[in-house]
Ligand binder design. Structure first.
Ligand SMILES: NC(=O)C1=CN([C@@H]2O[C@H](COP(=O)(O)OP(=O)(O)OC[C@H]3O[C@@H](n4cnc5c(N)ncnc54)[C@H](OP(=O)(O)O)[C@@H]3O)[C@@H](O)[C@H]2O)C=CC1
Ligand SMILES: CC(=O)N[C@@H](CCC(=O)OP(=O)(O)O)C(=O)O
Length: 311
């Protein structure tokens, strides 16, 4: 049976990539508003209530407004924004990060897509904290770089617009980035991590790194045990790959990186094994946004979760 999908925000950066992943899929029929109606409240309300599935690719306020417009108890929602990621009434849309999450998503009416940086951070840290291999009360730091499409149309314009000469942009300098509560809550950490994000002169792709001074961390396991635990946790996943100890000597984000819906995890260790750099590599528009939304849609619709994905 064909199910209808309305992408609200369909011509934005995330929305376009979701539409691309859904094109050619006979299981879904897209409800598409004409350009002059895509911000029209009446047209949106009608589409939001007609659709079997709604995917919100909007700024936070518009996403909350869209949810309030849904006046039936049938339409199921995936929100790509930050608005509902720590809301207990929404299932957190990261199927692999903890046991039972796939089933929660499958049964949910409201699913919040994770943020791109939290996908990397939680993919690395949440299973290790849950297994007691690294402490929940450690003050973690997160260093990350993202392609500029992570900031949507506005940041794309800043990096690609005429006269732009930005090569690297450190930000989040007020230590109040909107992803921090999501990282802390879903990893069940005692302290908010210190998050140091940056943007590089590449369209897409990101690295999220968590340095671990294992020798100073009470009760922490060694590097091999951390890697083995991640391998065990993600065994069988078509989306998340844990790389072996024969790690590459460098990780590159190319300026014209190809789209990917994978999440690649690495455990780099010092020779003595007393220091570790946990690193996640992903596409901010793939597993960090649009790929995750389509994966969640597949799960909610009872389909193969990687249909239409580049894994
Ligand atoms: N880019 C990324 O890598 C990621 C993005 N996200 C999240 O996804 C959401 C969308 O982000 P992104 O695609 O990057 O942003 P963009 O700015 O590229 O796109 C947002 C789209 O929403 C449209 N829009 C804004 N307000 C309304 C409204 N009231 N009604 C209808 N349409 C509206 C915009 O219209 P117009 O074209 O006229 O400006 C634009 O097309 C955000 O919440 C973002 O935080 C999440 C993870 C990663
Ligand atoms: C490079 C860049 O600007 N990235 C965005 C986050 C992208 C993302 O995950 O989107 P959400 O806004 O939905 O959380 C930022 O730091 O605000």
């Amino acid at each position: 049976m064909t199910q209808s999908v309305f992408i609200d925000g369909a011509v934005g950066t995330t929305g376009l990539e979701i539409a691309d992943r859904l094109s050619g899929r006979s299981e879904f029929a897209q409800i598409i508003l004409p350009e002059d109606k895509r911000k029209d409240a009446v047209a949106r309300r009608e589409a939001l209530n007609d659709a079997d599935f709604v995917i919100l690719c909007l700024p936070d306020d518009a996403a909350k407004e869209a949810v309030a417009m849904i006046a039936n108890d049938r339409t199921r929602v995936i929100d790509a924004s930050t608005a509902h990621r720590v809301d207990p009434n929404w299932a957190y849309g990261f199927a692999e990060f903890k046991k039972g999450q796939h089933e929660r998503i499958a049964a949910a009416r409201f699913v919040s897509n994770p943020g791109c940086y939290p996908t990397g951070f939680l993919g690395l840290v949440a299973p290790l904290v849950a297994a007691g291999l690294i402490p929940a009360d450690w003050p973690y730091t997160v260093n990350a770089v993202s392609g500029y499409s992570g900031g949507g149309k506005a940041l794309i314009e800043r990096f690609e617009g005429e006269g732009s000469d930005i090569g690297f942009r450190a930000y989040g300098l007020d230590l109040n980035h909107k992803h921090v509560p999501e990282m802390q809550q879903h990893a069940r950490l005692a302290h908010a991590p210190i998050f140091a994000p940056a943007v590089v002169q590449a369209f897409r792709g990101m690295l999220v790194e968590v340095p671990l001074p294992l020798a100073a961390m009470p009760g922490a396991a060694n590097a091999d045990a951390l890697r083995a635990a991640l391998e065990g946790h993600y065994a069988g996943s078509a989306v998340v790959k844990v790389h072996s100890s024969a790690a590459p000597s460098e990780l590159l984000i190319h300026k014209a990186e190809a789209p990917s819906d994978r999440l690649d995890l690495f455990v780099f260790a010092s020779a003595k094994g007393d220091q570790v750099r946990l690193v996640a590599m992903l596409d901010n528009l793939g597993k960090g946004a649009s790929g995750a939304a389509v994966q969640n849609l597949n799960i909610m619709a009872g389909l193969d979760e990687v249909s239409g994905l580049r894994v």
